[in-house]
Design a protein around this ligand. Structure first.
Ligand SMILES: *Cc1c(COP(=O)(O)O)cnc(C)c1O
Length: 375
């Protein structure tokens, strides 16, 4: 069966009411069986597992083609647990424009535990090869990257990582398994902020890690979830499962809209540059064509002709694109990344990141037309 059919029909909760859609099981505790020892339902206490979380994890594992999934209360809770699986003295290689808070986690939470990292522009594999140290353990990938939309050749990076005995994590939040399946390309663990395209409506915070079979870190990470307790609530899991049923319907609209908006903006005289992997002008367009099957996703960045003030004015003058952070919702958003990343960030002052929603593309282009006229 195909992906879209399985998400809708498999791993749902059936109860005695005959309800067609899954119920939400809020109970934190589950009854022991007649023997006084076992738990016939397989559930015992909600921090350890519960029916809605079980449903969600089964669906997410299948979507990425993984053997198991461990879900969390946010994407960053999932990332934190990956770093907790390392040991004092280990070294990590991260993309130079990695999701900004990944660096903040390492700086604020892990520097005291002796984890170090090097930032590398992975679009040139020679940079990656030069960054290995004897203690390098983990290579982190994020493609397309945030906010410079760089594309990393996942298969090439995993091959290099394996040759150095390192494990790999791919943050697949942006491409989603609709377009890229990192586990098929040799990655060990896929990370998601389910807050984004999986949630799809900007109203659920969540994260997940999906594992290739026989992953040696799986048991430890599962224990961190159950014991650390940064778990999603049954309601969040239920809402996310509901969102997943429309995931395959939403993704092509995001992508088609993003492609058309990118093409329109690329020819606009007030735009200096458009960064979108689907454009032949994108420096890694060829890799993107190979790695991203059937489309290039809903995220793009633009460099406005002019300075920070011109970029901020454009973001403010747009009416349908809300000037706000985050991405992957049905509604279009635009954001001046440098403002939230702070002065230490290498993001250009005139860059705006756009999450293209599923509104009618004619209205989105018209909105840019009016806003660009006034800058
Ligand atoms: C949003 C995001 C995260 C962080 O996820 P939260 O759910 O906000 O904790 C990590 N990586 C990427 C690529 C993201 O877009």
């Amino acid at each position: 069966m195909e992906f879209s059919t399985r998400i809708i029909h498999e791993d749902n909760i059936k109860d005695s009411s005959g309800a067609v859609m899954s119920p939400i099981i809020l109970s934190t505790t589950f009854e022991r069986g007649e023997d006084g020892i076992n738990f016939p339902s397989g559930f015992f206490y909600s921090r350890y597992d519960n029916p809605n979380r079980h449903s969600l994890e089964s669906k997410l594992a299948k979507m990425e083609g993984g053997s198991s999934c461990v879900s969390f209360a946010s994407g960053l809770a999932a990332a934190t647990v990956v770093f907790q699986s390392l040991k004092t003295g280990d070294h990590i290689i991260l993309p130079d424009d990695t999701y900004f808070s990944i660096r903040s986690i390492l700086d604020t939470m892990f520097s005291g535990f002796g984890l170090t990292y090097t930032l590398v522009d992975m679009s040139d594999l020679n940079n990656l090869k030069a960054a290995f140290q004897p203690n390098t353990k983990l290579i982190w990938m994020e493609t397309p990257s945030n906010p410079l939309i760089k594309v990393t050749d996942i298969a090439a990076v995993t091959a290099i990582a394996k040759a150095h005995n390192c494990f790999t994590v791919a943050d697949n939040t942006w491409a989603t398994p609709f377009y890229t399946k990192p586990l098929e390309l040799g990655v060990d663990i896929v990370l998601h902020s389910t807050t984004k395209y999986f949630g799809g409506h900007s109203d659920i915070l969540g994260g997940a890690l999906i594992f290739a079979a026989d992953n040696t870190r799986y048991e430890f990470i599962r224990a961190c979830q159950k014991l650390g307790g940064a778990v999603p609530s049954p309601y969040d899991c239920w809402l996310l499962c509901r969102s997943l049923t429309t995931f395959t319907a939403r993704m092509p609209i995001h992508t088609n809209n993003a492609m058309q908006l990118a093409q329109y903006l690329e020819t606009h005289p007030k735009i200096e540059r458009v960064l979108y992997p689907g454009l032949p002008s994108h420096p890694q367009h060829e890799i993107a064509k190979q790695q991203m099957k059937g489309g290039f996703g809903g995220m793009l960045s633009i460099l406005v002709k002019g300075d920070r003030a011109a970029a901020l004015k454009l973001a403010t003058d747009l009416r349908l694109f809300t000037h706000a952070t985050s991405l992957g919702g049905v509604e279009s958003l635009i954001e001046h990344r440098k403002s939230i990343e702070g002065p230490a960030s290498a993001t250009p002052d005139n860059l705006l990141r756009i999450s293209v929603g599923i509104e009618d593309i004619k209205d989105l282009i018209e909105d840019f037309e009016q806003a660009l006229n006034s800058i």
